[in-house]
Design a protein around this ligand. Structure first.
Ligand code: ADP
Ligand code: NA
Length: 313
């Protein structure tokens, strides 16, 4: 058990999700009419902070929003779930990040992200949040904010005995010194396969049909541990305590909308690691949170409380 003040401090993005349903997407130069606009709080950083807090964890978000209505919406949503916002900075004259999402008739999303204030998050913000980060059991990172902020946060956490969890989303190359701090690196199977395409993929091995091989190959690229999420097929985990990759099942649920599943999963994983679980146990709990998020529409609106978690798979 930790004696630190915060279970999870998230250093990451906050976006307003602007969602419009369309019968078909416009081609170049074309206009189509869509449904009423729905505006939801989102962004991987804000989502994960909310998911931790909803499960009963002590969570804080280090990030940047603009001084506009979307920023106010995000602040309200985070505060309603009890996320600490002392290091969520309002950036004058810059719009809050938005994700412009069109949803097609089959429920498929097409997304354009305008990072806005998120793009202004830098090492100075991390320095200002030094005391908060030093008091965190786990610091949770993703790649929707500039890499220098992510690197600064990882080094600040590691330097004060915190555990660094990096969710490689959206996928991007990660410098070796950052990778070496990740415990674990969390990726979905598509991102994992892409990562290894750029690196040395072991010959005749480690395709996405072989998740354990993928995890083992990814572990050799430098992180302290690896978690690969496989959607309904569960999770595979590698760490120093286990000679072979450990497979964890997903609970069986009726999938309604997978939006937010990865964020719910990663947040729950961070929370259980903060509370002292071994990585496979944390992954087993996290799979229940990810599965809960696919049972309902949206991201934050689908995140469970601890009482709402489905039974393990
Ligand atoms: P991402 O959303 O990042 O692509 P995944 O789709 O792998 O990540 O989902 C993350 C986790 O959420 C999975 O490991 C699993 O535990 C849970 N999950 C996702 N989809 C389903 C599903 N259809 N049924 C049950 N659990 C799911
Ligand atoms: Na969802």
């Amino acid at each position: 058990m930790t004696t630190r003040d915060w279970d999870v401090v998230v250093v990451g993005s906050a976006n307003a999700d602007l969602v419009v349903g369309v019968d078909r997407r416009p081609g170049p130069g074309e206009t189509v009419l869509g449904s009423d606009l729905a505006t939801h709080p989102g962004g991987k950083g804000a989502n994960q902070a909310v998911a931790v807090a909803r499960l009963g964890g002590r969570a804080a978000l280090v990030g940047r929003i603009g001084d506009d209505g979307h920023g106010a919406l995000l602040r309200d949503a985070l505060a309603a779930d009890g996320v600490d916002l002392a290091q969520l900075t309002t950036t004058p004259g810059v719009p809050t990040g938005v994700a412009m999402i069109t949803v097609g008739p089959d429920g498929d999303n097409s997304i354009v992200v305008s990072p806005g204030a998120n793009a202004r998050l830098g090492p100075a913000d991390v320095a200002a949040a030094r005391d908060l980060i030093a008091a965190a059991s786990v610091v949770s990172l993703q790649l929707e904010v500039p890499l220098p902020a992510v690197e600064a946060a990882a080094h600040a956490a590691a330097g004060t005995g915190g555990r660094v969890v990096l969710n490689l989303s959206p996928p991007a190359p990660v410098p070796a010194d950052l990778l070496a701090l990740c415990d674990p690196l969390v990726v979905n199977e598509h991102e994992a396969a892409r990562l290894l395409d750029e690196d040395a993929r072991p010959a005749g091995h480690a395709d996405s049909a072989d998740p354990a091989g993928l995890a083992a190959a990814l572990a050799r690229t430098g992180p302290r541990s690896v978690v690969i999420t496989l959607g309904a097929d569960g999770v595979v985990v590698t760490d120093a305590a286990h000679a072979a990759p450990v497979r964890v099942a997903s609970p069986r649920v009726k999938a309604v909308d997978t939006t937010g599943a990865g964020d719910a999963f990663t947040a729950a994983l961070c929370l259980r690691l903060a509370r002292g679980d071994a990585l496979p146990d944390a992954a087993r709990y996290a799979a229940r949170a990810g599965a809960a998020a696919v049972r309902a529409h949206g991201a934050q609106s689908s995140f469970p409380t601890a009482d709402e978690l489905p039974e393990p798979g």
